[in-house]
Design a protein around this ligand. Structure first.
Ligand code: ADP
Ligand code: ZN
Length: 436
């Protein structure tokens, strides 16, 4: 087992918590320099020196995405502009993108955390690291790039797209580690087959860092089997730096969230009351080391739980479960709440279902109708046409058991559905648009 900062990764809980308290006080002092927090803290008559224990954080207000969007971005800036060295913008998956500022020290801390994650999963300076995600405003590209360089790996800044070129780079430079968005990793499996490249025989891959979008355990297994590697789940969000907030160790039993850099809370998204380990709720994070833009009790809208048992690797930083979706991903159909991830979980466990799928929501008169187009999985490709409707009915039945409503399932030829290179769009809601 390799450690990047052993003394921090194995730090006793009591010591870790006193480090958090110390850093929390400093963070609140720093946050007060930003106009938004200065205003809010004054209104609520809160002063950083009133914090006596970590539990006192519960008296402080949450920060929401709407807060970030409600005024000019500088409202959250806690340092003079001349100390800012980089600006990132979140992908805007769910609305207006938000701006995130970084100082030199922020970037250093972020790269160090990413290096810690990579080291934990077994990446070494001898590895060739092909970074196959977007460079630019999206934090995935530069975030992993600098972390992998700091670790000492040989970094290929491949960026997204051009699958043939990506495969050629892997072959030519004997790439051993890839950073890739899971939906693209699934699409690339087919591209490899078209290029007659067998990853087990022709490539040298041993680790994939996958993240940036929700994906199921079944999707991970498909990636691991197809490429013959270990796929480690990487979680992060621009508001907290970007990737590297939480990451899986080789035991793959949840993602260690680096508690020397963040305070983790899980709350009920409706009542905002805290939830115990083992119960799924909204992930709320407080930065402990960010200088340019500290965020207090930031509501991520991501749904996950804290894994109750300790991890066999010995790290004391608590683990988050796989992200189950976002609060704003929830679909309401015929009065039933459905998360797209429930649908993916079912599909990825059925070999007849391929790896690319798209969920359509339409109106049929007053009724909501869900249609799921799924590319056919390998076992169906050698079967006669009679088998296709039977397989569609079987898939629909499995889905019904999980989501309690009956979707229409249409099996389509592999390669028919749009393949994204960035975060996949899995749901097209055409209710009320007149597009159906
Ligand atoms: P946006 O919120 O606009 O997509 P970001 O690029 O900052 O902006 O993406 C962060 C979000 O991506 C997270 O809040 C989460 O919803 C999702 N995400 C990141 N990593 C993972 C992961 N490993 N599993 C599931 N979702 C993830
Ligand atoms: Zn572990």
């Amino acid at each position: 087992m390799s450690f990047w900062k052993e003394e921090v990764e194995l730090m006793e809980r009591s010591q870790l918590e006193s480090l958090q308290l110390d850093r929390l006080r400093r963070t609140l002092v720093q946050a007060q320099k930003a106009p938004h927090y200065r205003r809010v803290f004054q209104e609520k008559r809160l002063t950083p020196d009133s914090i006596r224990s970590l539990a006192d954080l519960a008296d402080w207000p949450f920060t929401t995405k709407e807060d970030l969007r409600s005024g000019p971005p500088e409202d959250f800036l806690a340092v003079p502009q001349d100390q800012v060295v980089r600006l990132h913008v979140s992908s805007g998956t769910t609305g207006t993108p938000t701006a995130i500022y970084h100082t030199q020290s922020d970037l250093k801390g972020w790269a160090d955390l990413v290096a810690r994650c990579l080291c934990m999963v077994g990446v070494t300076p001898a590895d060739v690291f092909q970074n196959m995600v977007g460079y630019g405003l999206f934090t995935g590209g530069l975030g992993l790039h600098y972390g992998a360089e700091l670790l000492g790996a040989t970094v290929i800044p491949a960026g997204t797209g051009n699958s043939r070129r990506q495969i050629n780079l892997m072959k030519q430079f004997k790439t051993t580690v890839i950073h890739i968005i899971p939906s693209y990793a699934l699409t690339l499996i087919e591209k490899m087959a078209e290029a007659r490249v067998d990853p087990h025989r022709d490539l040298h891959l041993r680790i994939a860092v996958v993240g940036a979008e929700p994906h199921s355990e079944g999707a991970r297994r498909r990636i691991e089997e197809a490429y013959g590697l270990l796929a480690a789940n990487c979680y992060g969000l621009s508001e907290m730096n970007g990737p590297g907030v939480a990451f899986e160790c080789p035991y793959q039993t949840g993602l260690h969230l680096w508690e020397d850099h963040y305070i983790l809370e899980i709350v009920d998204p409706k009542t905002l009351e805290p939830l115990p380990p083992g119960q799924v709720g909204e992930v709320v994070l407080t930065t402990l080391c960010r200088e340019a833009m500290p965020l207090i009790r930031y509501r991520t809208r991501d749904l996950a739980m804290i894994m109750p048992e300790p991890c066999p690797c010995g790290r004391t930083h608590r683990r988050l479960s796989r992200i189950q979706g976002r609060t704003d991903d929830m679909l309401i159909l015929k009065g039933v709440n459905i998360f797209p991830m429930q649908i993916e979980r079912v599909l990825m466990d059925l070999p007849e279902a391929g790896s690319n799928y798209l969920i359509f929501l339409d109106k049929d008169g007053p009724l909501d109708v869900m249609t799921i187009q799924v590319e056919m999985g390998p076992p169906l490709l050698d079967q006669g046409p009679d088998e296709i409707p039977r397989a569609a009915a079987r898939i629909a039945q499995h889905l019904r058991d999980e989501i309690l409503i009956s979707p229409r399932v249409q099996l389509v030829e592999p390669g028919t559905l749009p393949a994204s290179e960035g975060k996949a769009v899995r749901v097209l809601d055409r209710r009320g648009t007149g597009l159906d």
